[in-house]
Ligand binder design. Structure first.
Ligand code: ARG
Length: 465
């Protein structure tokens, strides 16, 4: 039929050109070009190993390594652009470019290697870098939380359950709650890093290779702590991405909860904080509006990060060993999660750092809300009542207050005594929010002393990282 064959890495056994739509459909270059640096670094280490093991000769090795290094330099300086459609994927693109530079010797680079072990390597190299950046961003966020907690150490706010006033707490205690949530996220990142730190190159297509390669050498060159044990497992495994995506989903959930609180707190009804102008936008129609957009979008983008995890779990679930082309679909959810997480963490830490805390409003919100009712009950328990009896009696006092439009603070000692003879003058002081807070002196509680201790501990944790 006279159809001209175009160059493909696998073109040899084909008589016909690939169908145009098919070519577009299978191409991953538009997104896996993100891995160009890692593909080049992996290829350099591989070529060096081939030379060292005398699988290619010294001169061939030097030419290949030199060519790859030049491409790396040109890519990093923006001198070559990776144009969509130029190749099937980033691995083919690199090999084509190398051929343009050094001629047919380029074809020796792929000895003892397959794109299957290559892509697994590139993704691990990429993700190891990104996880470290995410850990740095988590550190920044934890530092911002500590900074604002320390600055507002003794600010009182209502603590909530069911979004109803429950018991007064310190605002710093609330911020520290997030510090510890993010600390667990950081721990999970650190943990998954260990399982990602495994060299897969050298597994070749699925069965290993008949060439006398040196995997230890490549692992050292590329700074991997371990070498994969089973070639079939190595090319078919995407657990390391799934672990990252699930840890990211949990982390986004924490960011989303904090966002939700920021959105509530900056509403007129709460008015606990004011966000800095630089992290808000206005309305095109209502001139008075100042919207907490960054927080809303972090909350909103949590959905796509969850989606990315589910996407990959479903894509992987019925794949027979070893490599299947389905697995090319792992990249977009991975890249999207990395970028969403990075931006969300950065903005959250800036938002926290720059927000104004409305101490008076927080504190006055704890007045007249019955949130010290538990103190009344505890008081009677200390006088010998069972907690159940005390709880019932305080319930009656609350009812009395509601019927007479009074708050607990309005009650005279004589009124309290009419409910129980053991109420003494001291109860008036005990009922105040700051006394209630001071009384919560159990380990991990909200008393000023405990929170101060907790901040010191948090600072130590930050030094250990
Ligand atoms: N672009 C492919 C991917 O991302 C690379 C591996 C291709 N291997 C193959 N045998 N077609 O998964």
């Amino acid at each position: 039929m006279g159809v001209k064959k175009i160059e493909k890495l696998w073109g040899g056994r084909f008589k016909k050109n690939i169908n145009k739509e098919m070519e577009e459909f299978i191409s991953s270059l538009s997104f896996d070009k993100k891995l160009v640096k890692h593909d080049l670094l992996g290829s350099i280490a591989h070529a060096q190993m081939l030379g060292k093991c005398k699988i290619i000769n010294e001169e061939e090795k030097d030419k290949i390594v030199e060519g790859l290094k030049q491409i790396l330099k040109e890519v990093q300086k923006g001198k070559i652009e990776i144009v969509n459609g130029e190749a099937e994927d980033i691995h083919s693109w690199v090999e084509n470019k190398l051929k343009e530079k050094i001629g047919t010797i380029a074809g020796k680079l792929h000895t003892a290697r397959s794109r299957n072990d290559q892509v697994a390597l590139d993704e691990r190299l990429y993700l190891k870098e990104e996880v470290q950046k995410i850990q740095d961003l988590l550190n920044d966020l934890q530092t911002s939380l500590l900074l604002i907690a320390e600055k507002n150490l003794d600010v009182i706010m209502p603590g909530y359950t069911h979004l109803q006033h429950a018991q007064p707490i310190l605002f710093s205690h609330h911020l520290l709650a997030y510090f510890y949530k993010f600390n667990r996220d950081k721990g999970r990142m650190k943990d998954l890093f260990k399982r990602m730190d495994v060299l897969t190159l050298g597994s070749a297509a699925l069965a290993g290779t008949s060439f006398p390669i040196d995997r230890e050498y490549v692992a050292k060159e590329l700074n991997f702590g371990m070498i994969s044990e089973n070639s079939l497992d190595a090319v078919s495994d995407r657990d390391f991405i799934l672990e990252f995506l699930s840890t990211s989903a949990i982390l986004m959930m924490h960011l989303s909860r904090l966002s939700e609180e920021i959105i509530l707190w900056s509403s007129k009804e709460f008015n606990f904080i004011e966000l800095d102008d630089s992290f808000c936008t206005g309305s095109s129609i209502m001139p008075q509006k100042k919207n907490p957009d960054a927080a809303e979008l972090i909350r909103g983008k949590t959905g796509r990060v969850y989606g990315n995890l589910i996407n990959l779990l479903i894509m992987m679930k019925a794949l027979p060993l070893a490599y299947n082309h389905d697995m090319q679909e792992d990249k977009e959810p991975l890249f999207d999660t990395v970028s969403t997480l990075g931006k969300s963490l950065f903005l959250m830490s800036k938002m926290i750092e720059t927000m104004q805390v409305n101490k008076e409003k927080m504190e006055t919100s704890t007045k007249g809300d019955f949130s010290t009712a538990t103190e009344l009950a505890d008081y009677l328990v200390k006088k010998g009542l069972s907690f159940r009896e005390a709880h019932k009696l305080i319930g009656k006092i609350i009812l009395y207050c509601l019927e007479n439009k009074k708050s607990l603070e309005d009650l005279a000692i004589s009124e309290l005594k009419s409910f129980h003879k053991d109420f003494k003058e001291e109860i008036i002081e005990i009922l105040k929010p700051h006394s209630a807070i001071e009384a919560k002196d159990s380990y991990g509680g909200t008393s000023l002393k405990r929170v101060k201790e907790s901040i010191q501990k948090a600072k130590k944790i930050m030094e250990e990282k």
